[in-house]
Design a protein around this ligand. Structure first.
Ligand SMILES: *Cc1c(COP(=O)(O)O)cnc(C)c1O
Length: 399
């Protein structure tokens, strides 16, 4: 979509506003689904962006859905996903939440020994499960978004394989899938292959195995010269490895992935308005009508989001520090070269589809933005901007 389209949306729906370009999601899905062969399936990691319209859209593309809470499972059902196309991958939930998901008939992924034991004692071989393995591979952009390392709370350690086996033997639990998700933003194709090798090595311990789930970690570019996971090369290598496994083990497995960011990061634009230009002794601040209450990734992960001035695209370049208007240090970007920003100009953050709106809050009693789906050249309002009454919803006035 063009800057003109974004400006028009801002005019019609106001700012701050999140915009998602549907065709970009389709393009990303196509890149993945054409790279890994027929035995690969893709389960959209819903937590990246859960608007019901986005869920319905990825379903239309042919994806399944990966859910981390019972409510995401229910959103998935509401969006029309069949139970067999839903994988429930929670972390540190109690058995009751897993039982709610079982009642819906979705795939269950178990990530700790305690729940495996409780589940086994109660249900034995009556409901096959996935097991989430922590392979202890250090992967991902930084420590905060890496989930497979030794200190991680995710998964059952590969070194506890013997314990898993004992529990399966004594309870009869059948394992239909092995799962591994080692982190986000893995650039290096070899990390995936290393993970796959570990899966192959332990596969023979699980006679009922049908699925290998490699999680996600597909990286998207954040700047013009940034890298992205080379899915073509990865796909070719993975298919070769799967074929070899099939030959040597006489067994054919489905390969699953759980892309979140890869599908929805680049489809997203977050448009804000410059409220104030403030020259200090140290820098020139642009204070915008948003903050980490709407887009927390720069402050939380040191994430880089490209920013552009939509209102003055040909203005002279100057250097700014872009901050929000909440009462907390909420710096989106230091020392960023932007076309001259004037008070009232509209700025856009790129890569705002994944973990943008999803991680927003009402901090400072600010309202959450509207969400727009741009599809076939038209803007559809898919979430109303919050209003003052939303702040009081669920509050009970006892004084
Ligand atoms: C968050 C998550 C994903 C998606 O990760 P991305 O980096 O957004 O692709 C996939 N699987 C699981 C289990 C997750 O928790």
């Amino acid at each position: 979509m063009t800057n003109q389209d974004l400006l028009q949306i801002a005019e019609e729906f106001g700012t701050p506003v999140y915009v998602y370009e549907a065709e970009k999601i389709a393009e990303q899905y196509e890149k993945l689904s054409s790279s890994f062969g027929e035995k690969a399936r893709f389960f959209y990691a819903a937590k990246a962006l859960t608007n019901i319209n986005i869920l319905k859209y990825v379903k239309q593309l042919g994806a399944g859905i990966d859910c981390v809470s019972i409510h995401e499972v229910n959103l998935g059902r509401r969006a029309g996903f069949e139970p067999e196309d839903i994988l429930f991958t929670p972390n540190c939930v109690d058995l009751a939440e897993i039982e709610e998901a079982m009642a819906l008939g979705v795939h269950i992924n178990i990530d700790n020994i305690s729940i495996l034991e409780q589940f086994g004692n109660k249900y034995g071989d009556s409901y096959p499960v996935f097991i989430r393995i922590n392979p202890h591979i250090f992967a991902g952009g930084n420590y905060k978004i890496s989930t497979g390392h030794i200190d991680s709370k995710f998964g059952i350690s590969i070194h506890q394989l013997r314990h898993i086996e004992r529990l399966l033997q004594s309870t009869g639990v059948r394992v239909e899938g092995l799962h591994m998700h080692t982190g986000s933003e893995i650039k290096d194709v070899e990390v995936f292959l290393q993970g796959l090798d570990i899966m192959f090595e332990i596969a023979e311990h699980f006679p009922d195995l049908k699925y290998l789930d490699m999680g996600s970690g597909f990286k998207v570019p954040y700047t013009d010269d940034d890298l992205e996971t080379d899915v073509r090369t990865l796909g070719a290598k993975v298919q070769r490895a799967m074929a070899e496994f099939e030959k040597s083990h006489g067994k054919s497995l489905e390969l699953w992935f759980e892309p979140g960011k890869y599908l929805v990061s680049e489809c997203g634009y977050f448009i804000v308005k410059s409220n104030v230009i403030k020259q200090t002794t140290a820098t020139v601040f642009v204070g915008v009508n948003s903050g980490f209450n709407h887009l927390i990734r720069p402050m939380f992960y040191d994430a880089y989001h490209k920013i552009e001035n939509l209102s003055n695209a040909n203005g002279p370049e100057r250097i700014y520090t872009v901050v929000g208007h909440i009462c907390e240090t909420d710096t989106f970007a230091w020392d960023r070269k932007l076309n001259e920003v004037r008070e009232g100009d509209l700025l856009v953050f790129r890569n705002a589809g994944a973990y943008g709106f999803e991680m927003s809050s009402n901090f400072n009693s600010r309202l959450r933005p509207a969400e727009i789906l741009w599809m076939e050249g038209k803007a559809h309002l898919i979430r109303r901007r919050e209003v003052f009454d939303d702040l009081l919803r669920n509050q009970i006035e006892v004084l």
